[in-house]
Design a protein around this ligand. Structure first.
Ligand code: GA4
Length: 336
């Protein structure tokens, strides 16, 4: 990890330019891989996986379908919206007034839900869209399960399938999100183009800072940057884009299930001044609504007593949706 002198940015924020996320090679020796994953989740809450086994073909087909949708005229895209709860959304995020410079498709990963929404997202070939999404989701779900099992191993949890079982449940409430952030050509319409832009303009937030509520997030982005993670208050670390890798992060539920050993870190997406738009595809692995979030005995000790009260995913989700994007929620479930 290389630490650089922080650059002062707007509103007292700092961006640490040269911190690199831990990179985990899934072809490595199993016990070493699980040790590295645990370390990354404790220190960063984020890591990159390479040699992940998700076929390139699946990723590029999903990217193609996404770009073909986002390149449609706005009026046509609106037919697949609003994303309340699922479908196409533009600029508005959630239900409580959050906004960002982003357009997106949000889907529940249940096959019937995908098939239903594909009819409006891709009216000319819904079967193809639905097939591509289902194919992509099956592949990333497999990767998520593999990573969750490695985590359980690394934490010495005897029930090694404890985490992955939650997302394998056919009633799992996992989500899939396609985010499309505007490019520089889009913003140059309203600005003085005579002076060059800095690589990032922090007044242009694509997706504001937040933590992910679920268990685990697997994000694949194209070669345009914008993702930043918050390691300390007001210090933001840009994540260099790597289309060959998946960026994995711990969600709030996994922080609770590991009794705070793993951290669900706040992150955001900034609109970069690239001529190409950023496309990211996020799989949010979640339990079923009625699942009780339990803490394995191995992570509760005399020195580290239980941090959170038991709750169901439905209860946690309800709290999440009653709050704003940037609000912290897991603290509300803490045992004082
Ligand atoms: C953040 C992570 C996922 O994108 C998401 C988001 C959800 C939404 O866009 O509808 C939320 C946000 C996310 C957390 C707080 C609430 C809910 C918007 C919002 C203001 C799909 C999710 O699960 O939680």
């Amino acid at each position: 990890m290389v630490l650089a002198t922080p650059n002062p940015i707007l509103r007292g924020e700092k961006v640490e330019a040269n911190i690199e996320l831990p990179t985990i090679d899934l072809l490595g020796e199993r016990s070493e891989v699980s040790r590295q994953i645990v370390k990354a989740c404790e220190e960063f809450g984020f890591f990159k996986v390479v040699n992940h086994g998700v076929p390139h073909d699946i990723i590029s087909k999903m990217e193609e379908e996404s770009l073909s949708f986002f390149s449609k005229p706005e009026a046509q895209k609106q037919l697949a919206g609003p994303a309340k709860p699922f479908g196409y959304g533009c600029k508005t995020i959630g239900f409580n007034g959050d906004m960002g410079e982003v357009e997106y498709i949000l889907l529940n990963t249940h096959p019937l839900s995908i098939a239903h929404h594909s009819k409006t997202i891709s009216s000319n070939n819904p079967t193809k869209f639905s097939f591509t999404v289902s194919w992509y989701i099956e592949a990333v779900k497999g990767l998520a399960c593999e990573i969750l099992d490695l985590m359980a191993d690394g934490l010495r949890v005897s029930d090694t399938k404890l985490f992955s079982r939650l997302i394998k449940d056919s009633d799992s409430d996992s989500l899939f999100r396609l985010n499309h952030y505007p490019n520089n050509d889009y913003c140059s319409k309203d600005r003085d183009t005579s002076s060059p832009l800095p690589p990032y303009d922090h007044s242009r937030v694509g997706f504001g800072e937040h933590s992910d509520p679920q268990i685990l997030t697997l994000l694949r982005s194209n070669d345009v940057g914008g993702l930043q993670i918050s390691l300390d208050d007001n210090v933001w670390v840009p994540v260099a884009p790597d289309p060959t890798a998946f960026c994995v992060n711990v969600g709030d539920v996994l922080q609770a299930m590991t009794n705070g050993r793993f951290v669900s870190v706040r992150h955001r997406a900034i609109v970069t001044n690239s001529h190409k738009s950023r496309l990211s595809m996020a799989y949010f692995a979640a339990p079923a609504l009625n699942a009780l979030i339990s803490v394995p005995k191995e992570v509760v000790t005399a020195e580290k007593p239980r941090l959170y009260r038991p709750f169901t995913w439905a209860e946690y989700k309800r709290t999440t949706y009653s709050l704003r994007l940037g609000d912290t929620r897991l603290n509300l479930f803490r045992i004082c």
